[in-house]
Design a protein around this ligand. Structure first.
Ligand code: ADP
Ligand code: ZN
Length: 721
């Protein structure tokens, strides 16, 4: 009987059965073309007994159209897809789609035509041609990509091709990458590092599931330490996946990787060009890609022979995906390691409470690096009580902090001011009529960006030029900026310390790997005295001359009553504090706060991490919050407010009565309007013993909604907006 069951990549459909035509051979995991009405959709052959069946009689089944020229998805990856769909209450096809999001790699080998400069000159030089030739000096890419890089039209470049200034080159899309060599530049490890590395290398050799928490203070050399098991996996000819939270920040990581292994790793993130994506995907699937460094979606790549997973900065909340399949990459990484039988290493200086708890209960093995590498001391930390040491009117920095920066200037050292707020001011209002600039699509104020002279929404990207007059009352010159953003702090530093060279470092200014590299080079060359930055600069960077860190407003993250607010504040401040004094000179950290007595601030000032974690643990235990209890949120949204409200109430009215499971709501979500959709929220809080996902599936599965309504389930939510 040649009947097979396929998971088709169409969220609206369940599994479908097909017959296998004569001469075609498939196995579980094969990626196939399935006829569906008049169309063809991509499907994955699955073990029939693991998916709900159809009872279409054999003679009615249609034959598969073809099999795609890629290796079958492995059994461990298929189990991971099943687990992720099950745990996060998502459809199997939406998870499987992530594994096959390959930039066209499924079509098989291919070559493309790229172009590069020949060194020749055009008959007639125009300013556009000139600019293009300068911009493309060391580039090779397709015409369309080159046009993007050079900022000229494709027509201009085609003209240059006709003139022989650009020449075509046939490129194998899937050409292999440079080889990473485990022995390229071995590092002498400190004793602590060496012991930790030995534990990890043994685990790599053992080829068994082994989750580790690498708990090392900032500057302890976690990266150097986990490079050793990476090297060990390479020696065994196996592949490695390193997950990093913010791909824009990998510049520094890539440089260190290259120094150690003599080649770049293979990158994987959402802004890869489709040619890069397909090349990476095919090399991962064939086993030729040795080390993949990626954002969370790299977790679903079809590795041929994975030997190790590292999750660096594992506490980072950006590992949590907030749309589509709402998974937490840290947790899915552990599950992948489980299904693949390999070690997984969660590295952090400020682990999530959940991870510490897993270590406490013996499920994860904790490996510690208690001191900084090379004898550097951890910085001294002090608080500045803003209710006592008030900044001058209209300013945000206490005199003590400004004096600290001035000292550093005099000594030729550097300072970092941390404020997690992009732009100039978070709110703009009219002094005359009280009008406030609000986003038309979101329940949010527009943020003023002075560099670009625009008001922008940080949720949906809506932008408008900053007006001269109030749009409501028409009064000119009456708009006032309320509160500080990083740009405003930079202005304040420039005003109070006119000699300081100030740089604002945010996702607005460091928006490409090139710009990030320029920034690093400028700091290293001491062309910048004061960095004013958001969480983008709070980690990963290693600047030996940076000796002062000022936290502009430590209370900011504590507002809002989010479940993890305390933990997040602790992590952010501890991470940014960890930027100070990483070289030979000691570091100092000043934390500005209105609540020096708050437990998280006090623990930070005392450098007492254990005190913070045990207070937080007790708080969570009492609240039945993770890791002691479980949360899930259900967000119901529609472009029509009444429709969303009705749907939410329909869901609320059929709430199941489950022991040890509390269901709150529906209520308007804190962001009641987001990207043009009205939102209502239900919150579930359950004991660990409750099969939360089953409850949700049974409950929501029984209700139908109008097509404009979206119901999103967020298991283990991070964001409560
Ligand atoms: P962490 O990630 O733990 O904060 P890093 O990995 O950034 O720490 O290491 C801090 C600095 O110390 C880096 O510049 C790193 O290159 C250096 N370093 C760490 N371990 C070693 C070592 N064994 N040999 C040489 N340099 C090291
Ligand atoms: Zn908006």
């Amino acid at each position: 009987m040649n009947r097979v069951r396929c998971l088709v990549l169409n969220a609206a459909l369940g599994p479908l059965d097909y017959t296998v035509p004569v001469g075609m051979s498939v196995e579980p995991g094969s990626v196939v073309e399935c006829p569906l009405g008049p169309r063809t959709v991509i499907g994955i052959v699955w073990e029939a007994e693991r998916l709900p069946g159809t009872d279409v009689p054999a003679e009615k089944l249609r034959p598969l159209r073809g099999i795609l020229p890629v290796p079958p998805l492995s059994a461990p990856l298929r189990r991971l897809i099943e687990w992720t769909a099950d745990y996060y209450v998502a459809s199997l096809s939406s998870v499987a789609r992530m594994a096959l999001s390959s930039g066209g790699a499924l079509k098989g080998p291919a070559s493309i035509t790229e172009y590069r400069l020949t060194g020749g000159l055009p008959e007639r030089m125009t300013p556009q041609r000139q600019a293009a030739m300068e911009a493309l000096e060391s580039e090779q890419a397709t015409i369309r990509e080159l046009a993007g890089i050079a900022g000229v039209s494709e027509g201009v470049l085609r003209g240059l091709v006709n003139q022989g200034v650009l020449e075509p080159v046939e490129v194998d899309c899937d050409r292999p990458y440079d080889e990473a060599r485990p022995e390229f530049a071995e590092i002498d490890l400190s004793q602590d590092q060496g012991e930790a590395a030995a534990v990890f290398c043994n685990a790599v050799r053992a080829k068994k599931f082994a989750p580790f928490l690498l708990d090392g203070v900032t500057g302890s050399g976690k990266t150097e330490t986990y490079f050793e098991p990476v090297a060990e996996a390479l020696r065994m000819g196996r592949q490695v996946l390193v997950l990093l939270p913010e791909i824009a920040l990998t510049e520094n990581f890539l440089q260190r990787f290259e120094e150690r292994f003599g080649a770049s790793p293979v990158l994987w993130h959402s802004s890869l060009k489709s040619t890069e994506r397909r090349r990476a995907w095919r090399n991962v699937a064939s086993g030729d890609a040795q080390v993949v460094v990626g954002a969370r979606s790299a977790l679903f790549l079809p590795f041929h022979d994975l030997g190790l997973i590292v999750v660096d900065e594992a506490h980072e909340t950006s590992f949590k995906q907030e749309d589509g399949v709402r998974y937490n990459a840290r947790d899915v990484a552990v599950m992948r390691a489980h299904f693949e039988s390999l070690p997984v290493l969660l590295a952090s200086a400020t682990p999530a409470l959940e991870s510490l708890q897993m270590a406490e209960s013996g499920i994860y093995t904790k490996v510690e690096l208690p001191s900084r590498f090379g004898g550097a001391e951890l910085p001294s930390i002090d608080t500045v009580d803003l209710t006592q040491e008030k900044p001058p009117t209209g300013m945000w920095l206490a005199q003590r902090l400004v004096d600290g920066i001035e000292d550093r200037l005099a000594r030729g050292e550097q300072s970092l001011l941390f404020l997690n707020r992009r732009g100039y001011a978070p709110l703009t209002l009219c002094r005359n009529c009280g009008f406030r600039f609000q986003c038309p699509n979101c329940s949010a104020w527009l943020v003023e960006h002075r560099f670009t002279r625009r008001l922008a929404c940080h949720h949906c990207g809506h932008e408008t030029p900053s007006p001269e007059a109030c749009p409501d009352c028409g009064e000119p010159d009456c708009l006032v900026a309320c509160g500080p953003g990083v740009e405003r702090i930079a202005d304040e530093v420039a005003e109070r310390l006119p000699d300081a060279r100030v740089f604002v470092a945010t996702s607005d200014t460091l928006n490409s790997p090139g710009r990030a590299a320029e920034f690093i080079a400028a700091v290293e060359a001491k062309e910048i005295d004061v960095i004013v930055g958001t969480q983008l600069v709070s980690k990963g960077f290693h600047f030996p001359e940076l000796t002062l860190v000022g936290v502009v407003d430590a209370d900011l993250g504590l507002e809002g009553g989010d479940l993890r607010a305390g933990e997040r504040t602790y992590q952010q401040v501890a991470q940014v504090a960890g930027r100070a004094g990483r070289g030979e000179k000691p570091g100092e950290v000043l934390i500005q706060t209105r609540h020096p007595e708050a437990s998280v601030i006090a623990a930070l000032a005392a450098g007492d991490r254990d005190a913070f974690y045990s207070a937080e643990t007790e708080m969570r235990r009492e609240a039945g919050a993770p890791p002691f209890g479980r949360w899930a949120s259900i967000i119901v949204s529609s472009e029509d407010d009444a429709e969303a409200r009705e749907a939410a109430h329909r869901i609320g009215a059929t709430r199941p009565d489950v022991e040890d499971c509390l269901i709150l709501g529906p209520a308007p979500a804190p962001m009641a309007l987001l990207r043009g959709r009205y939102r209502y929220r239900l919150l579930m809080n359950a004991r660990r013993s409750v099969q939360l996902q089953d409850v949700i599936r049974r409950w929501l599965g029984a209700i139908d909604h109008p097509p404009g309504v979206r119901v999103a389930v967020d298991v283990d939510p991070y964001s409560f907006v």
